[in-house]
Design a protein around this ligand. Sequence first.
Ligand SMILES: Nc1nc2c(c(=O)[nH]1)N[C@H]1C(S)=C(S)[C@@H](COP(=O)(O)OP(=O)(O)OC[C@H]3O[C@@H](n4cnc5c(=O)[nH]c(N)nc54)[C@H](O)[C@@H]3O)O[C@H]1N2
Ligand SMILES: Nc1nc2c(c(=O)[nH]1)N[C@H]1C(S)=C(S)[C@@H](COP(=O)(O)OP(=O)(O)OC[C@H]3O[C@@H](n4cnc5c(=O)[nH]c(N)nc54)[C@H](O)[C@@H]3O)O[C@H]1N2
Ligand code: SF4
Ligand SMILES: [Mo]
Length: 741
Amino acid sequence: MALSRRQFIKIGSVAAGAVVGGELLTNSVCSLHAHEFVDPGTDGDTIVPTFCELCFWKCGVLAHVKDGRVTKIVGNPKHPLSNGRLCPRGTGGHGLLYDPDRLKKPMIRTSRRGEQVFEEVSWERALDEVASRMQDIKARHGAEALALFTHGFGGSFFSKLVKGYGSPNIAAPSYAQCRGPREAAFEITDGRGGGSPEGIDIRNAGCITLIGAHLGENMHNTQVQEFADAIGNGADVVVVDPRYSIAAGKARYWLPIKPGTDIALLLAWMNVIITEKRYDVEYIDKYAEGFERLSKHVEDKTPEWAYPLTGIKPELIRNSARLISGHRPNSLIHPGRHTTWYGDDTQRLRAVAILAALLGSYGRKGGFILQSSMDLPKYPSIKNGDGLAESADKPTPSHYPMASEVLASGLCDATIDGAPYEAKAWMVYGTNLIHALPNPQRTIEAIQKLELLVAIDVLPAEIVGWADIVLPESTYLERYDDLWSATYKEPFIAVRQPVVEPMYDSKPGWWIAKELANRLGVGGIFPWKDPLENITYRLEKGGYDVDAALRDGVILGDHVPVSTDEGLELRFDTPSGKIELFSQDMEMAGLGGLPDYTAHDEPPPGMFRLLTGRAPMHTFGRTTNNRVLGNLMDENEVWINVMAAKALPGFEDKPLRTGDYVVLENQDGVRSNQVRAKVTERIRGDAVFMVHGFGHTAKGLTYTRNKGASDSALTTRYKVDPVMGGTGMNVNFVRVMRAEA
Ligand SMILES: Nc1nc2c(c(=O)[nH]1)N[C@H]1C(S)=C(S)[C@@H](COP(=O)(O)OP(=O)(O)OC[C@H]3O[C@@H](n4cnc5c(=O)[nH]c(N)nc54)[C@H](O)[C@@H]3O)O[C@H]1N2
Ligand SMILES: Nc1nc2c(c(=O)[nH]1)N[C@H]1C(S)=C(S)[C@@H](COP(=O)(O)OP(=O)(O)OC[C@H]3O[C@@H](n4cnc5c(=O)[nH]c(N)nc54)[C@H](O)[C@@H]3O)O[C@H]1N2
Ligand code: SF4
Ligand SMILES: [Mo]
């Protein structure tokens, strides 16, 4: 275990300092980290292992309970994703449990949609109403007229429910608004895709290249731990980002690229690596397809060609390419996660995947490693999900040929356009679509066309305010979910179990879904009496120790070779059985067998490109109402370059200073809430940056409402990726105006 507590604190504290810029807050995040390292020994409290839902990484936690209250949450030392440590958000989970604004009772709308006026009703009445309206919609429009939007682990019960009801329209914004382009690009190239957690060996990498992957602000716990380990072991870091991120502070090279030009840089890196014969010749000969075409393709993509496009000097491109290739095969190009930026994103990620191949990275230590999962038998139930209609998310005849999941944005389009067929009802579990989908006005337009919107949430988020029927779920600390058999380099099975009794009149998702299934006549999809029976059956049938699983929260599998260093034989599940540098499938689909650079519109004079990212102590808008975390950061700020701030029209009399409130107005005249400025040298002059998730408008979020600004509100424009239908959102421009007093 190479990571010391000190190192982790260092990364955590730098992260906090960068976002909030203040000593005080830096210290409070440090103390949060210190808090995580308290030995989980007790002073009379009981400890219940479960897993976190403050973000989608799902770290194992130990929740301490005294007198029926959760007193602290620490990392489970036995759990491979936490190794005894959590990120700041995970330790603040009780801030969600005890949030006074939580949804407390089922509710039915009594006024116009969106006015957020509801009547509290019994569960009986709410569930009867949902079920009878679902039956009615099925009778009149067919079951496929219902769409389920879901994000988060508990959503599995609702996916089953909606399939059982007969609809194929099940989507998460974590595909077309997040990692979709990466999944598609890697599937095309190495036949596997990215996955979550990603199959990457950060800890053993000698060089880590981050292309807009902002680890340290993006707090995916295990990756941050491994990143700290690697840096501790002397790894070189290359950061490509228009903004001087936390990770840039650790880098040998920070390349402040002009936004939207990464493909040019990637092609130029390949040009250097190929012309200087710095690639893994033997590996490419043996495992890859299309090298000749690739060399030809990048022949003229010299650093001199890329310079005027990217703004990165040729020498810097050459030297960084040499550093990156000098470390191969232990040179990791991080594939990123939130990759829906400009609409040509699958092509950019293809370039990343091809570069990784040149470095001999697949199946190698310090590169892309093979992950596996443990066998976990199913609880026998009636057949579910056979013979469903085609999903409604893709326009015909032009389809997105490489999409492997349903597009949330596509279901929204189908609702508005009534094509390929109409969606008449939405069930929304654990996703705040008003913030998650681009162009909230369009989402609201779709909602206004619905006959039914059911929201299952823990908080009165914006989407809940638009619902007809609201079902309050118990938080992750109050419920069982299904077992999680993780696909990971150290495979494991994790248990989520209640730490305390459900508060108020909230109910666990499994119960809500089972009750609805019974009312819809498909009770056989949840044949178990309660989730413990489900868990027990599955574990016993798989030959696992049930008591140990409940006691430890996790069962570890056997180590399976993850790289050639451990004797792994490389195989690629592509049409050619090799790594596809050139993709025949893409070529035939008219999408280009090799990635090309395309230019993007630049902000007109006086405007900036709006870029977004994460803050270490928040997950989007889902934690901003959490008082424990809000205490660390309760509003976002907009980063503006020092020189650009000096030249801002309207600020001639009184120059813009850090802490001043401004308003942003986008190309379509949409204005933001007022938001504090951070005037800094750490961002290019052609872009501004803010953390996503603030600027809430929902009435019930009494703590966070109207604090900071929402980037989603300003994202009225987006570019659709022709390969897989992702919505590129970094294509909006804003002007900065002084906030009215
Ligand atoms: N403009 C813009 N749009 C974006 C992004 C961006 O950076 N900018 N990021 C994109 C990315 S990367 C992603 S992954 C998506 C994420 O988008 P979402 O998945 O929509 O994420 P959140 O905004 O966190 O919404 C989560 C909702 O789940 C609720 N919730 C929390 N815990 C529970 C629970 O246990 N049960 C239930 N039933 N509900 C719960 C919260 O109250 C909240 O309403 O957004 C994407 N959209
Ligand atoms: N603390 C915290 N951690 C999180 C989350 C969270 O909400 N909070 N969310 C999780 C989720 S769901 C996801 S998907 C990930 C997202 O995290 P990542 O995948 O790491 O990041 P992105 O949001 O895609 O990108 C943000 C970074 O890209 C830079 N950037 C913007 N435009 C460009 C460009 O044109 N070129 C380059 N090279 N860089 C650019 C921005 O300056 C910023 O540093 O984070 C995860 N981790
Ligand atoms: S990374 Fe943080 S918020 Fe996400 S699951 Fe782990 S501890 Fe929870
Ligand atoms: Mo995401």
